[in-house]
Write a protein that binds this ligand. Structure first.
Ligand SMILES: Cc1ncc(COP(=O)(O)O)c(C=O)c1O
Length: 456
């Protein structure tokens, strides 16, 4: 890459390859191809550019035409940037489990975003791929269909694979990737298997996806689960995937993926997206299983900024059952904002309504802890009492006379059964451990707990 970039298209591809230094990878060298350095911030920039250029060449995409795609987000972002550069209108269909930051990013790029259900599969009228196809037909637009578009696979065969080969002077022994469309793993795999003797292709599959079983047995399981990492894992075998090329497959749980993302950040300073945790966890497992030294490459598929609220947030980890330090088997496991995190916003009893409103809004909370001048928690102010306070005295008025100090207090050792009985009357309780305030349990915390432990 030249020092002065004349066109943003030059920022697609040729991403750096980082040698992992501070993590035990057994006998192997592990390299991370930092796809987060691409213009659109992910591994989808090369395929997006290639699919659009291919459609132009084939005259399937006319000047000022409309592009439609169904995407978990990163392909949409990459396509929307290209559409912006080339004057196309972009419509993106996104399943609703995807990080909202990706939606904001797409809308800011001028794309029209249609959010659809993520709890339905192929064949259902609300399935995101079927919706995209219908919209494209109705609007006479070009449906990119990355799942069945050879230009997607070709971009990895012609660009990503050769980049890796060149960066390691041909000394690459294995590549680890996940499967969304299968373009990355099949394209890179085909190229490197052609170039390198005894090269191995490794699948990193989220727990719940059917692909590991497909690789291991050739069978497609009907037993599909759900997973949190975004962009990889499937409930079907995508047409671009050639699963027969894959030599090994590892199943990685969301918990392991989240933990690995946090380890990579702490050990290497790389803020990686959620799926990168799955890939790197599988790559480390593969590395440790080798009896001879190998050069192993995997991807940091996108950057972690979009997932700060999730993967790198201990409160979210607790609510999703992915916090790797919890297992006390008492009420402290349920509290998503324990005081020790220092992240639950608090307000002083002498503060005004304006600040209470700001803190609630900025943190998407409906209640705040209130403390006295000695930093003791004395109660809460919630939306209803804040409304009363504002109606009585305006936003400049104090919250003082509207604080709820009559809060039910329980010990951390109270059983869940007894807590559930309490919640028949209470909306939240304060939990104390060794006579010290530990945190608040809200109905939301309890719902998260019940989701994780359906038999309680
Ligand atoms: C976020 C993300 N998107 C996409 C991919 C690969 O996608 P595809 O199979 O569509 O090439 C990966 C992983 O390899 C990924 O982590």
């Amino acid at each position: 890459m030249s020092i002065v970039v004349k066109d943003t298209a030059e920022l697609i591809g040729n991403t750096p390859l980082l040698h992992v230094n501070n993590i035990n990878t057994g006998l192997c060298n592990l390299y991370l191809k930092l796809e987060s350095f691409n213009l659109g911030g992910s591994v989808k920039d090369r395929p997006a550019k290639n699919m659009i250029e291919h459609a132009e060449k084939q005259k399937k995409l006319k000047p000022r035409g409309t592009i439609v795609e169904a995407t978990a987000g990163n392909t949409g972002i990459a396509l929307a940037i290209m559409a912006l550069k080339k004057g196309y209108k972009m419509i993106v269909v996104v399943p609703d489990k995807m990080t909202i930051e990706k939606v904001y990013h797409l809308r800011a790029l001028g794309a029209e975003v249609i959010i659809t259900r993520s709890d339905v599969s192929k064949g259902h009228p609300d399935y995101y791929l079927d919706i995209a196809r219908k919209i494209a037909k109705k609007k006479n637009a070009f449906y990119i269909n990355q799942f069945d578009n050879e230009a997607n696979l070709k971009s990895h065969y012609e660009m990503l694979g050769p980049e890796i080969f060149k960066q390691l002077n041909g000394k690459v022994d294995a590549f680890v990737a996940g499967v969304g469309t299968g373009g990355t793993i099949t394209g890179v795999g085909k190229f490197l298997k052609r170039k390198v003797k005894n090269f191995e292709l490794v699948l990193a599959d989220p727990k719940g996806s059917i692909l590991k079983e497909l690789v291991d047995t050739g069978e497609i399981s009907k037993d599909v689960g759900s997973w949190i990492v975004e962009g990889i894992g499937e409930d079907f075998s995508p047409p671009l995937l050639d699963s027969t090329l894959i030599d090994h497959a590892y199943t990685i749980s969301d918990k392991e993926a989240v933990k690995t993302c946090n380890i990579i950040l702490q050990k290497e300073g790389i803020l990686a997206g959620s799926s990168s945790g799955t890939l790197i966890a599988a790559a480390i497992k593969y590395c440790k299983a080798q009896k001879v030294k190998k050069n192993v490459v995997t991807l940091v598929c996108d950057a972690g900024d979009k997932y700060l609220r999730k993967v790198y947030n201990n409160s979210w980890q607790i609510r999703e059952g992915l916090y790797f330090k919890n297992n006390k088997n008492d009420l402290t496991d349920i509290i998503s904002y324990p005081v020790i995190f220092g992240t639950m916003p608090k307000i002083n009893k002498d503060s005004n309504c304006d600040l209470a409103f700001k803190l609630m809004n900025e943190n998407s909370l409906d209640k705040l802890l209130v403390e006295d001048n000695n930093k003791n928690i004395i109660g809460v102010i919630d939306e209803n009492s804040l409304f009363e306070a504002v109606m009585a005295n305006s936003f400049k008025g104090k919250i003082k006379n509207f604080i709820n100090t009559n809060v039910k207090k329980v010990k951390h050792s109270l059983s869940i059964k007894k807590l559930l009985v309490l919640f028949e009357k209470e909306n939240f309780v304060f939990v104390y451990k060794n006579k010290k305030f530990f945190g608040m349990i809200t109905k939301n915390d309890l719902l998260s707990y019940l989701k994780r432990n359906p038999n309680d």
